[in-house]
Design a protein around this ligand. Structure first.
Ligand SMILES: C[S@@+](CC[C@H](N)C(=O)[O-])C[C@H]1O[C@@H](n2cnc3c(N)ncnc32)[C@H](O)[C@@H]1O
Ligand code: SF4
Length: 364
């Protein structure tokens, strides 16, 4: 038995590949769902000895809900039972009463991809789910007593006006999920979206700042705490505890094709090939990289400052430019309280610039 307390499980299957997405996904291959779950469990049996008392499990994708109720139940029942939280990512069109019952009976937190409620913007994203399907999925999950429900929102979609985003935020207020993840749309290199809309996204940096402000102000008004750069929760009990483990730099085991994990100073990225993984998940190709002490501290600073409660100064002192910190404090972008560095709202909106300032120059 080891001491890793967080487990990520990747399910790559999707009905359709959305143009903006660069996650490890496969379309089709529905006949391989059962074999894939078997392979996941073989990988768990072979590599799970690093796990200790598991606090959080996150089943992400891809589209885990595409496994359907029976297979998803089999997978969930075979995974370690998490003491704090198990989350399953679902696509709205895959949520029916049977699937919701499997999740509800097991007390599973659900993360549901809504993205936007404006049909023309969904079309730009090449998203096949409709706003009505999102509303129906929310109602079905609620009826099945989902203990905590999160909705994903994307803003900064080409053609999106402030009024469109305002309407999305009004729908969020109406649906009242327990948690919202609101992401600025990124043109991920190599995606169809980057080819068709990349230049347009680059031109709208100023607009994005206004959109982000609107998201923060509106969700605060609706009763959500902005506890992480893209995350909003109705009370601490609804914060995403698995993701918090990433932001706090904790070790986690990753299972599945393309899954990433970090255990004892080593980062492992499983290869993306479904057939090789199903054939033998323990010998399928993976990239393994030792993380230097400096990289670990830099990541600690970058990820920790995403959180409203920041990062302990003592933990990151070795990579910190103290003069830069004094400058940011002087400008009102950061503060040091109770031994923790925290970014103010404006500082968090300028997160990447602040982090770049705060990192000292690496010794030659
Ligand atoms: C890996 S996806 C899986 C969720 C699920 N399959 C779905 O489509 O809703 C998790 C979330 O990442 C976000 N995401 C994916 N690609 C993105 C991009 N290029 N820019 C911003 N957010 C993105 C979306 O909000 C999405 O719901
Ligand atoms: S956004 Fe979700 S549904 Fe679309 S391709 Fe990516 S993982 Fe699949």
């Amino acid at each position: 038995m080891g001491d890793v307390r967080h487990l990520y499980v990747h399910v790559p299957f999707c009905a359709h590949r959305c143009g903006y997405c660069d996650f490890v996904t496969v379309t089709g291959h529905d006949e391989r769902h059962g074999a894939y779950v078997d392979a996941l469990l073989r990988e768990l049996a072979g590599r799970g000895d690093v796990l200790g008392d598991v606090e959080t499990v996150y089943v992400g994708g891809g589209t885990p809900s595409r496994l359907g109720p029976e297979l998803l139940a089999r997978l969930l029942d075979a995974l370690p039972q998490a003491s704090l939280e198990t989350t399953v990512e679902c696509n709205p069109e895959g949520v029916d009463a049977d699937l919701a019952a499997v999740l509800g009976e097991r007390g599973i937190r659900v993360s549901l991809g809504a993205q936007t409620f404006a049909q023309p913007l969904l079309d730009t994203l090449e998203r096949e789910t409709t706003p009505e399907q999102v509303r129906a999925a929310v109602a079905t999950l609620r009826a099945a007593r989902t203990p905590s429900l999160s909705l994903d929102l994307i803003y900064g979609i080409p053609g999106e006006r402030e009024s469109d985003l305002g309407r999305d935020l009004a729908v969020i207020e109406e649906l009242a999920p327990d948690h919202v993840s609101a992401y600025e749309l990124e043109a991920k290199p190599g995606t169809r979206f980057a080819v068709h809309h990349g230049a347009r996204l680059e031109e709208q940096a100023e607009l994005l700042e206004r959109h982000m402000e609107l998201v923060i102000d509106s969700l605060a008004y609706s009763g959500y705490d902005w506890y992480e750069i893209a995350s909003f929760a109705r009370g601490p009990e609804h914060q995403a505890r698995h993701n918090r483990a990433y932001w706090e730099g904790r070790d986690y085991l990753g299972l599945g094709v393309g899954a990433v994990g970090t255990v004892a100073g080593e980062r492992r990225v499983n290869g993306p090939k479904l057939a090789a993984y199903i054939d033998d998940p323990l010998t399928a190709p993976a990239a393994i990289e030792a993380i230097s002490a400096r990289t670990r501290l830099e990541e600690r600073l970058m990820l920790g400052l995403r959180l409203a409660d920041g990062v302990a100064l003592q933990e990151v002192e070795a990579v910190l430019d103290q003069a830069a910190l004094d400058r940011l404090v002087g400008l009102g972008l950061a503060s040091v309280e109770g031994g923790r560095i925290q970014l103010a709202q404006r500082g968090r909106m300028l997160l990447h610039d602040c982090v770049a300032e705060l990192l000292d120059d690496e010794p030659a």
